[in-house]
Write a protein that binds this ligand. Structure first.
Ligand code: DGJ
Length: 721
């Protein structure tokens, strides 16, 4: 059994795989944090509790005590995990232990995305009840431990057990009080077209945090942090991961207090947030998935990849191979007609591409990005036979048809906005700032969500659509809703996300055979919340192969390659102007869900031959590429190279990718030692007669021959014999 309660010592022990998480109730009925790390044969809670007894030895010392869900207002001056305001205006509370329940399986989170189990034996859950008697506040901490993953899914539920209103001001999904502060904090940061670059810094006294206030999880910061012991590398060292299953404003922070302890927390951003609870109402926080690895960053990533790949993603495509697609965006932008699209599709078909995706510009009168969002009817000037007509012709060519939509947005120049100017996020009397010439529809409103569910459902029924790219191209400003009373205005951003989750839930479950890919100006919402509804995300609007090395490498810290879209695009690249070979562009795209995003009718015959052979190779290795275990070998953040491997579960087959960024004079061949393969097996390098021992590749390495010039790559396929 993974969860035990020791009544005599009031201790909770949560075990999963080789991980232990221990809490206890102290002499003052406080739920304290004791230990999180590798499984210990017999952890004596007294050894820990005695160490912390000094917390009560003086009058102002709760700062010495690691707590599970610390409150505001007592003798702990660090950031609390939560804060509420009672009707008398006071904001002080204190939670005392009030009981627990342990059960098999994992509960669903009402209206929120979360990891799940398929069989109750896969996990066990404990709910721990805490109570503030004076204010009538009940708080339930929920922890699910998975049998197979070094992970705990945590969330918190607040209940107003009083007869008066209670306002929640802050509600972290998880808090962990570490005894010391000797950690490096890792975050995935960047900007539009530069998402999820790896940033590391040693903790220092005070607060270090990342957050989003943009209404989306954001390009700038991914809802994830890790705390690693100094000198941790890919293979060794302890790493604690914190990932939030949420797509809106979040805060992940670590506070180093005066006693050199580190308090880590993650949850909805308390900035501009509050939530009013009427008597007996509840509030459920999003889920945080916390992971522990003593096998470095690779260990952490393997846990997130497997958990998110198999127990967060859902639907038919969770385990199904994803098609090779061609998208017309960078090929035509808004300037296309049916004939142009069909020419690209025909060329794509001859090269082996399986899915044609019609991007932005097919609806309303959208010849530029300044109109028509919200008017989801086809533009007959461009597509005289409608979407249905185009889809049929694409199907006749032998390809599936996919469609781009941006349902959360509205252009001021649209019939929808003219009919319902109150349907966008705004504050009455204030300017409605445009971004990309558009406004955000108010998904905190039920009527707006219902309208969009109906509109999108009718649209998807109107043609044979096999794939949808669900885009979202701006952040929120002037956050407010006409439909909410003044005391609930600060609920707007979270209610928007809840509305979005409902819309996505209804739409994706009504169309179970459609593959959905989410997108937010590229990777502005590459988060576990979106991945619960849509099993893949357009990784970045930057399609340059060299930029993608960093973006995909950073993304792989948390998300498996099957969740990333990666396209071969034109040169000079549209985002950075770089010219790279079709070989390296293909090898980068072949590291994830491969697609194309260029006018295939315009590439040279020589390139067509190459593209055709890469696509055919990709299809043969697709199962391994999309569902194999991803191992990072060389980081593009550290130097002039990048390398990674994808290994099948049984270690019978693997791929080795090597990328050299800039050419170097007087250079030698590269020796690369491999990881994760079987040292007992022998492997044949496909396309050659060469055979290597797994031990040789692991300990001695393999030679990557010197290649002249910038932007060189190699992809090697090994099969055990
Ligand atoms: C942003 C997306 O990331 C692009 O791929 C493309 O779909 C454009 N939006 C279309 O407006």
């Amino acid at each position: 059994m993974p969860i035990f309660f020791d009544e005599s010592k009031k201790t909770f022990n949560l075990f999963s795989k080789d991980m232990q998480y221990t809490m206890y109730v102290d002499q003052n009925e406080r739920l304290c944090h004791a230990y999180w790390g590798k499984k210990i044969r017999a952890l004596d809670i007294d050894h820990i509790a005695n160490f912390y007894k000094m917390a009560y030895g003086s009058n102002l010392s709760l700062e010495l005590l690691p707590q599970e869900y610390p409150a505001y207002g007592g003798t702990d001056f660090r950031s609390p995990a939560y804060q509420v305001q009672f009707e008398d205006g006071s904001t002080v509370s204190d939670l005392k232990y009030a009981g627990y329940k342990i059960y098999d399986g994992k509960p669903k989170l009402d209206g929120l995305p979360a990891t799940y189990v398929e069989d109750e034996d896969e996990a066990q859950t404990i709910e721990i009840y805490l109570h503030d008697g004076i204010g009538g506040l009940g708080v339930t901490l929920t922890y699910t431990v998975f049998e197979k993953f070094q992970a705990i899914a945590r969330s918190v539920r607040f209940k107003n057990e009083s007869s008066k209103q209670i306002k929640i001001l802050r509600a972290s999904s998880a808090n962990v009080d570490f005894e010391d502060d000797d950690f490096v904090m890792i975050q995935l940061s960047g900007a539009w077209a530069r998402e999820r670059n790896i940033v590391k810094r040693h903790l220092v006294s005070g607060i270090q945090s990342i957050e989003s206030r943009r209404g989306a999880s954001s390009h700038q910061q991914n809802p994830f942090i890790a705390l690693a012991r100094p000198n941790t590398d890919e293979w060794e060292g302890e790493v604690y991961g914190f990932s939030l299953v949420y797509s809106g404003n979040f805060l992940a922070q670590v506070e180093v207090g005066q006693y050199e302890s580190a308090r880590a927390s993650i949850g909805i951003n308390p900035f501009d947030f509050s939530w009013l609870l009427e008597p007996s109402e509840t509030f459920q926080t999003p889920e945080a998935v916390i992971t522990y690895s003593y096998e470095g960053f690779n260990g952490m990533s393997q846990t997130y990849h497997k958990l998110y790949g198999t127990r967060l993603a859902r639907g038919k495509y969770r385990d199904a191979e994803r098609p090779v697609l061609v998208n017309n965006w960078e090929a035509t932008y808004f300037n296309f007609n049916e004939e142009k699209l069909l020419t690209i599709a025909k060329e794509a078909k001859t090269l082996g591409i399986e899915l044609f995706v019609l991007d932005d510009g097919w609806f309303g009168r959208r010849d530029a990005d300044n109109s028509s969002l919200g008017d989801w009817f086809v533009d007959k000037r461009k597509l005289p036979e409608g979407l249905d007509g185009l889809a049929k012709k694409i199907n006749e060519i032998g390809m599936k048809f996919g469609l781009w939509i941006e349902p959360e947005m509205v252009s001021p120049d649209s019939d929808l906005y003219r009919a319902h100017p109150e349907w966008c996020i705004h504050v009455n009397g204030r300017e409605r700032n445009l971004s990309r010439n558009q406004l955000v529809l108010d998904f905190s409103r039920q009527d707006v969500c219902d309208y969009m569910i109906k509109t999108i459902s009718e649209l998807l029924r109107s043609a044979n659509v096999s794939y949808v790219k669900w885009d979202m191209n701006r952040n929120m400003t002037e956050i407010g809703s006409d439909a909410l009373p003044p005391e609930r205005q600060r609920e707007t951003a979270h209610r928007y996300i809840l509305g979005l989750y409902r819309v996505m839930d209804v739409v994706t479950s009504s169309f179970p055979n459609v593959l959905f890919e989410s997108c937010a100006g590229g990777g502005g919402r590459f988060d576990p919340g979106m991945l619960y509804y849509m099993p893949q995300t357009w990784t970045s609007d930057d399609t340059d192969a060299i930029e993608r090395l960093k973006i995909q490498y950073g993304t792989s810290y948390v998300y498996p390659q099957v969740m990333m879209g990666s396209h071969v695009s034109d040169v000079p690249n549209h985002q950075v102007g770089r010219v790279t070979s079709v070989e390296i562009r293909s090898h980068v795209a072949m590291s994830a869900n491969m697609g194309f995003e260029l006018d295939l009718t315009k590439i040279s015959e020589d390139e067509k031959v190459k593209v055709k052979s890469y696509i055919s190779e990709y299809k043969k290795m697709r199962k391994l590429i999309q569902f194999g275990n991803f191992y990072r070998l060389l980081s593009p953040f550290d130097g002039n190279e990048a390398a990674w491997m994808i290994i099948d579960e049984k270690k019978d087959e693997f791929l080795l990718y090597h990328f050299k960024i800039l050419g170097m004079p007087n250079a030698k061949n590269k020796r690369l030692r491999l990881k994760g393969i079987s040292t007992d097996k022998n492997y044949k390098l496909e396309g050659t007669d060469e055979i290597y021992g797994g031990d040789e590749l692991t300990f001695e390495g393999i030679t990557i021959p010197y290649r002249h010039g910038d932007f060189q790559s190699a992809l090697m396929h090994f099969i055990s014999i």
